[in-house]
Design a protein around this ligand. Structure first.
Ligand code: ADP
Ligand code: GLC
Length: 482
C-alpha cells in the first residue's frame, strides 16, 4: 500500500509564494506523488488562491472550533503535478488579504490567530480525508498542527496512527507571539513551559520542534549549525536535545520549472550541448533592465531583501564591485531600508547597476539565464535554491560558505579545473569582493570559464533525490513502534 502523507505548509508553488519554502514544498509534493506516494497538501486559501482558475470548490465545509469561537471553513481544491492533491482551507476574514503574512513591511497583527486557525482547520480537514501515515509540517506556520495532533489526539481519532515530521526551513522565523496569546490556543497550561514558552513569549516553531516525532532541516550543514549558539537563534538547546531525531536533507530543484532547456520565460532556450542561447538571454536581460549591451560579466541577484541575505555586506561592497568591469542586476523586495540603499546605488550608476524592487517571477528566470555570475552573500542560508538554479543555468554562484550554499557549491580549483563556483568565509564586504575578483579573473580566461560553466551545468540537484530521502524517512517513521 502506498504511504499516505499530508504536507501542511503556508506556501507552495505555484499557489502561494514569498520565497524558497514555496518552491520546496510544491516540488516535494509533486516528486513524492511521482514516486508513488499518496500526497495531500494543505494550504490557506489566500486571495491569490481564490483568483486562480485551477482552484475549485471541493464541495466540503465544516465548523472549526478555534481561537475565540467557531470558524466556518470552506474547502477548495486543485491538483499539483499529475496527482498530488492540494486543498485550501478558506476563511476570508483571515486569508483574503493582499499579503501572506503582512503588508508594507509590517506583519499582520493577528498572525497568531491566523495560523492557530490554520492548524485547527488543516487537522479537521485531514481527519475527514484520512487516515494518513505521516503528517509533515513545514516551518512555524504549521507548528501548531503538529502540536495539536500530539497534545490532543482525542480530538482527532481518525488521525490516531498518524506519525509526525516537522521540517524547519529557517530558524530565523520562529512564530513569536505575546504570551497573552497562549490561553487562546486551547492547550492545557501544563504544556506551556516545555513546548511553547520562549524567552517570555510563545513560539509556534518551538511547539513544532519539541513535539514532532522526527525533525529535518534543509541541508546537512544547517543541521549542524543550528545546534550552535551563533546560528540557533536561541533554540540551539532544543536542537541539541533532539539531535538524535534531527537530520539535514539537502533541498532539490524542480527542473521542470528551473532548467534553461525548457524554461518558457527566457529569451532563448539553451543547454550544455547547445549553449549559444545564453548570450541571447544576456542581451535580453540587459535590454529589459536598460543596461548597455556590453560583454562585461553580469552578476545577478534575486532575493528577499532581508538581513539574512547579506544585504549589508553587499551594499558595503558596491563601490568596489562597480569599479570593476562588471554589470549588476538585482531583483528583490523586503526591508525598506535595504530596498532604498540598493535603489540609490542603481540611480547613481544607471549604466552599470539595475535594481528592480518587487516580486517578479518572470524576471527572476531572466536573471538566472542572462547573468554570468549569481551573488548569494548570505549571513546564513539553510538551503538556498537560487544557487541550485544558477548551476543549472550555467550562471556561476559566488556564495558565502554557509549552510546549504557550502553543501552545494564546490570551490573552483585552478589546478584541476574542477569545482562549480566561488566561496568566501568571512562575513565581510572585502571577502565578497575578493571572491568576485576571483570569478572575474576566471571569466577573463575563456577556456577555464567554459570548463567551470560545464561543471556547473552538469550538477544534479534534482528534487527527485530529495523526495526519495523524505520517502525513506516517512517509511522509517511508520515502522517505528515506539
Ligand atoms: P529564501 O527561501 O530564503 O527566500 P531560496 O534561495 O531558497 O531563499 O529561494 C528563493 C526563491 O524565491 C527563489 O525561487 C527566488 O527566485 C524567489 N524569489 C525571491 N525574491 C524574489 C522576487 N523579488 N521576485 C521573484 N522571485 C523571487
Ligand atoms: C528558507 C531558507 C532557504 C531555503 C528555503 C526552502 O526560506 O531561507 O535557504 O532554501 O527555506 O527550504
Amino acid at each position: 500500500m502506498a504511504l499516505r502523507v499530508a504536507l501542511v505548509a503556508s506556501e507552495a508553488a505555484p499557489f502561494a509564494k514569498t520565497g524558497g519554502l514555496a518552491d520546496m514544498v510544491g516540488s516535494l509534493a509533486v516528486a513524492l506523488a511521482r514516486q508513488g506516494l499518496e500526497v495531500t497538501l494543505v494550504l490557506p486559501a489566500y486571495a491569490g488562491v481564490l483568483r486562480r482558475a485551477d482552484v475549485v470548490g471541493a464541495g466540503m465545509g465544516f465548523n472549526v472550533p478555534a481561537i475565540d469561537g467557531i470558524e466556518r471553513t470552506e474547502v477548495l481544491e486543485s491538483v499539483l503535478g499529475e496527482d498530488a492533491r492540494a486543498y485550501f482551507v478558506r476563511t476570508d476574514r483571515f486569508f483574503d488579504r493582499p499579503g501572506l503574512y503582512g503588508q508594507g513591511g509590517a506583519d499582520y497583527q493577528d498572525n497568531a490567530d491566523r495560523f492557530a486557525y490554520f492548524a485547527r482547520a488543516a487537522l479537521a480537514l485531514l481527519a475527514r480525508l484520512g487516515p494518513y501515515d505521516v503528517l509533515h509540517g513545514h516551518d512555524w506556520q504549521a507548528g501548531l498542527a503538529i502540536a495539536y495532533l500530539r497534545l490532543q489526539p482525542d480530538r482527532y481519532p481518525a488521525l490516531a496512527s498518524t506519525r509526525t515530521l516537522f521540517t524547519v526551513h529557517n530558524v530565523g522565523y520562529q512564530g513569536l507571539f505575546d504570551a497573552g496569546v497562549f490561553p487562546r490556543l486551547q492547550v492545557d497550561d501544563a504544556h506551556y513551559w516545555s513546548n511553547f514558552e520562549f524567552y517570555g513569549n510563545i513560539s509556534y516553531l518551538k511547539a513544532g520542534l519539541s513535539l514532532a516525532e522526527r525533525l529535518t532541516t534543509v541541508s546537512p550543514s544547517y543541521a549542524e549549525e543550528i545546534m550552535t549558539p551563533e546560528q540557533g537563534f536561541g533554540l540551539h538547546g532544543v536542537f541539541k536535545e533532539r539531535a538524535g531525531d534531527l537530520v539535514g536533507i539537502m533541498n532539490g530543484a524542480d527542473y521542470a520549472v528551473w532548467d534553461p532547456s525548457v524554461d518558457p520565460f527566457i529569451a532563448r532556450q539553451y543547454s550544455p550541448v547547445a549553449p549559444e542561447g545564453k548570450r541571447d538571454c544576456k542581451r535580453d536581460l540587459q535590454r529589459r533592465l536598460e543596461l548597455p549591451p556590453s560583454d562585461a560579466p553580469l552578476a545577478g541577484m534575486v532575493a528577499r531583501l532581508v538581513d539574512q541575505k547579506g544585504l549589508d555586506i553587499l551594499v558595503g561592497a558596491l563601490d568596489a564591485l562597480l569599479s570593476r568591469d562588471l554589470q549588476l542586476a538585482v531583483l528583490g523586495t523586503g526591508n525598506p531600508y535595504h530596498e532604498q540603499a540598493l535603489r540609490e546605488c542603481g540611480q547613481l550608476h544607471p549604466d552599470r547597476m539595475a535594481v528592480r524592487i518587487g516580486f517578479d517571477e518572470e524576471l527572476a528566470h531572466a536573471i538566472e539565464a542572462g547573468s554570468d555570475l549569481f551573488l548569494m552573500p548570505s549571513r546564513y542560508e539553510p538551503s538556498g535554491l537560487n544557487q541550485l538554479y544558477s548551476l543549472r543555468y550555467g550562471t556561476i554562484p559566488v556564495v558565502r560558505a554557509t549552510g546549504g550554499l557550502k553543501d552545494s557549491v564546490l570551490p573552483f580549483d585552478e589546478a584541476t579545473g574542477g569545482g562549480t563556483g566561488f566561496l568566501f568565509e568571512d562575513y565581510e564586504s572585502a571577502a565578497l569582493v575578493q571572491a568576485v575578483d576571483r570569478a572575474l579573473d576566471c571569466h577573463g580566461r575563456p577556456a577555464a570559464w567554459r570548463r567551470l560553466v560545464a561543471n556547473a551545468m552538469a550538477q544534479d540537484f534534482s528534487m527527485e533525490r530529495t523526495a526519495a530521502e523524505y520517502a525513506e524517512l516517512y517509511a522509517k517513521l511508520v515502522d517505528r513502534d515506539d
